[in-house]
Design a protein around this ligand. Structure first.
Ligand SMILES: Nc1ncnc2c1ncn2[C@@H]1O[C@H](COP(=O)(O)OP(=O)(O)OP(=O)(O)O)[C@@H](O)[C@H]1O
Length: 647
């Protein structure tokens, strides 16, 4: 994990007053905000109407006051005017209260739709993006950045529309009352508008940096919480607290940056207000004394002046809120704009007879597969935590739309892949017979999990092909491909929720009886009866209420419940005691009875009786065959077997 001190590039671009530059992270334009606002158009119309009503009732007030003063001076009737004034005040207050509620409601609507859109895109991103990005940062984009969009409506745009009408109305009225006084007032006002416009870009950048720091904070916290046992056991709690604290402080500092830039706006508005008032009072008083303006005109002019300045304040609020929202929207759009996992390749599908299975072909075949993880992913993992991934280059699938030059995605061999890094898989070829159990064995880091990941199409190989029932997997729709495969991953294959929730992930329409039956088959009947809740027994975050062996067996149960004819199992590296190992072997036998199975085995004892064993080392296949054949022919396998006391 990076330390909490900012990277050199972050330090360089630290000042909130710095000019916007290309390094300032993803940018969002005002146009990108529009769809979110447009979605709310049905509520926006009444809000705008209320805002305009508020503006009109405000504008009418100075005119009535001027009339009132004149009637007082001339001894006219006051009753109607006074009642009209009271009615205007009541109507404008009620309108603004209702408008406030509708605005808040609409703001929440914008947050909801941005969250929905973001989550729907995020969970469809290629696996490479999840490998490269920090979970906490992604969580923070959904939880925190989206809330900043709310302010655009609540403090921003819509009020500014009503404000604009008040502004123009006041301007016209002031022009009629005294053009000279208006000219002087406008001079002051225009200077302040120019200053605010200059500050808007700075606010957006400062806000974006602050949000990125909140992302870092969430990522650090997520890390500390998800590995709390390791942290506690290592006595590293205080260090983790310091780490999270460092990020919190950094987020606070960046928050202060935002406060500092937006605070500059306040004196600008204050100076504009006070200066213009002083000018109007001074010059206006002089003109009244000279008989160029009467007193009711001056009072009305001053009231209109407030109406001119008030929307200016609103506009300033709108600029601040919108700039912050654009900063957050940049981070949201960055994820939304990333390419999604693409689906089956039409040309390949045609070449493979429309993706039709060949019953004579092996269930799974690797043909001379060469693969490296995309370098962008590796770089992002290892170096600059803030570095935004280039949208195109991080997309790992070979058939992503229009892969950019220099990306790892081109179908050309290793396009954009750093040539100095060794292949993770270097010419891997093997076949898996239908309905049989095949084991992958080899040292840690040999590439075994990568092989399973490629079958699932989490990544696509740069060279060679992987076939399922004789069909190149790239010719299949991903959903179709994955529906044919059950996958039990090595780590944390259990989700928070109940036993039932975990099983239904395999097949949503499975009945309780089927769930119970499958739990018995993977020797988890005892867990089921341990609690009165039965299938509703919670299994906790990452399945912590279950032992390592139980977690794996529950995940196998889930795969069994699905009707997938192929099962990929990345056996847990955690050691199992004798009884658990036997239970696991039974579960595997139950799984293997009906389907093709590929098992990554860390204990040879669980796979010695496999139909075929493939030995992998440094991304190459050293040999394949049965246990007794491999003991004779592959020295590495013989060593492994001897080490694990099997020969
Ligand atoms: N998502 C990833 N991004 C970049 N490199 C990766 C990624 N996953 C694995 N690697 C690298 O690829 C190589 C093969 O890893 P893999 O997990 O396939 O090995 P393995 O044989 O399954 O190991 P083990 O038995 O320890 O689980 C390793 O050098 C690993 O560091």
């Amino acid at each position: 994990m990076s330390s909490s001190s900012p990277s050199p590039s972050a330090r360089r671009s630290r000042s909130p007053f710095a000019r916007p530059s290309a390094d300032d992270g993803p940018r969002a334009t005002f146009g990108q905000l529009m769809p979110y606002l447009f979605e709310q158009k049905r509520v926006l119309v009444p809000i705008l109407a209320l805002s305009l009503l508020g503006a009109l009732t405000s504008l009418a007030q100075p005119l009535l006051v001027a009339e009132l003063i004149q009637r007082v001076q001339s001894g006219g009737v006051l009753g109607v005017i006074v009642w009209l004034l009271v009615a205007l005040v009541v109507v404008s207050s009620l309108a603004s209260g209702f408008e406030h509620y509708l605005l808040q409601r609409t703001g929440e609507g914008v947050v909801l739709s941005s969250r929905r859109r973001l989550v729907a895109r995020m969970l469809h991103l290629p696996i490479a993006q999840f490998d490269a990005r920090r979970t906490g940062d992604l969580v923070s984009r959904v939880g925190s950045d989206t809330t900043l969009l709310r302010a655009v409506l609540t403090q921003g745009l819509v009020e500014a529309v009503g404000g604009a009408l008040t502004f123009v109305g006041a301007l016209v009225a002031m022009l009629v009352i005294d053009p000279v006084l208006l000219g002087l007032t406008l001079l002051v006002v225009l200077v302040s508008i120019a200053v605010v416009a200059l500050l808007a870009g700075r606010i957006r950048i400062a806000s974006q940096r602050a949000q990125a720091k909140v992302g870092d904070l969430t990522a650090a916290l997520e890390r500390a919480i998800s590995s709390v046992r390791t942290v506690r056991a290592a006595g590293a709690t205080d260090r983790e607290i310091a780490e999270v604290d460092g990020h919190a402080t950094e987020a606070w500092r960046r928050g202060l940056d935002v406060a500092r830039v937006s605070a500059l706006v306040v004196p600008v508005a204050g100076v504009a207000m006070q200066l213009s008032l002083l000018v109007v009072l001074g010059v206006g008083g002089f003109r009244v004394a000279a008989g160029q303006l009467d007193i009711s005109g001056l009072v009305a002019f001053i009231m209109f002046l407030f109406m001119l300045i008030m929307p200016l304040g609103q506009a300033i609020g709108a600029v601040t809120a919108t700039s912050q929202a654009l900063g957050a929207l940049g981070r949201i759009q960055e994820i939304i704009d990333l390419p999604q996992e693409t689906d089956g390749d039409a040309a390949l599908a045609a070449a493979h007879a429309g993706g039709r299975a060949d019953p004579a072909a092996p269930a799974v075949e690797f043909r001379d597969v060469r693969f490296r993880y995309p370098h962008d992913v590796v770089r992002a993992r290892r170096t600059e935590p803030e570095a935004p991934l280039a949208a195109d280059s991080a997309a790992p699938d070979t058939h992503a739309p229009a892969p950019a030059a220099g990306s790892a995605t081109g179908s050309g061999a290793g396009a954009g892949i750093a040539a100095d890094r060794p292949w993770v898989l270097d010419g891997v070829g093997f076949t898996v017979a239908r309905g049989r159990r095949t084991a992958l064995v080899g040292p840690s880091g040999a590439g075994k999990s990568t092989i399973l990941g490629l079958i699932e199409r989490f990544y696509d190989p740069q060279e060679g092909a992987i076939l399922l029932d004789g069909v190149d997997i790239r010719a299949l729709e991903r959903t179709e491909l994955r529906s044919r495969i059950g996958y039990v991953e090595q780590d944390a294959p259990v989700l928070a929720g109940s036993l039932r929730d975990n099983l239904l992930l395999g097949r949503a329409d499975a009945s309780d009886d089927e769930c119970v039956e499958v739990l018995e088959r993977v020797n988890l009947g005892e867990v089921l009866h341990r609690s009165a809740d039965g299938l509703s027994t919670p299994v906790g975050e990452q399945g912590v209420l279950l032992s390592g062996g139980e977690r794996q067996r529950l995940a196998i149960g889930r795969a069994l419940l699905s009707t997938a004819p192929i099962l990929l199992l990345d056996e847990s590296t955690s050691s199992l005691d004798g009884l658990n190992e036997q239970l696991m072997r039974d579960a595997l036998d139950a799984a293997a009875a009906e389907r093709t199975m590929i098992v990554i085995a860390h204990r040879l004892s669980t796979v010695v009786d496999s139909d075929s064993i493939v030995v992998v080392e440094h991304g190459r296949v050293l040999g394949s065959g049965t246990h007794s054949e491999l003991v004779e022919t592959v020295p590495l396998y013989r060593d492994l077997a001897r080490h694990q006391l099997l020969v």
